[in-house]
Design a protein around this ligand. Sequence first.
Ligand code: SF4
Ligand code: SF4
Length: 99
Amino acid sequence: MAKAIAIAMRHCIGCSMCALTCSIYWADEFNLEKGYVRVKRYDREGRFEVTFSSACRQCLRCAENCPSGALRVVEVPDSETKKGDKAGDKKAEAKSKLA
Ligand code: SF4
Ligand code: SF4
């Protein structure tokens, strides 16, 4: 089973813990500009959006530290990933919106 990040943005509270977790781990500093995940706020619509950079290392730490369940680590059957892809690509494809 591969592990992947499931996304349910209706639960997002905009705390940016995901972005800070990523930046402290990969850039060694708390800096929202340096993580591989960004949180965008849409005030008029009252919602948030999380986007992942193509440089994301698939370490899953952002999801492990999301307090609301908007990002969760899930197991994905290998049969649901494309044959011939690299492991990282499989996990990236497995990211899915559940909202
Ligand atoms: S899965 Fe990607 S975005 Fe999340 S902490 Fe790891 S490198 Fe950063
Ligand atoms: S996805 Fe989770 S950690 Fe990231 S801003 Fe939303 S609630 Fe916070």
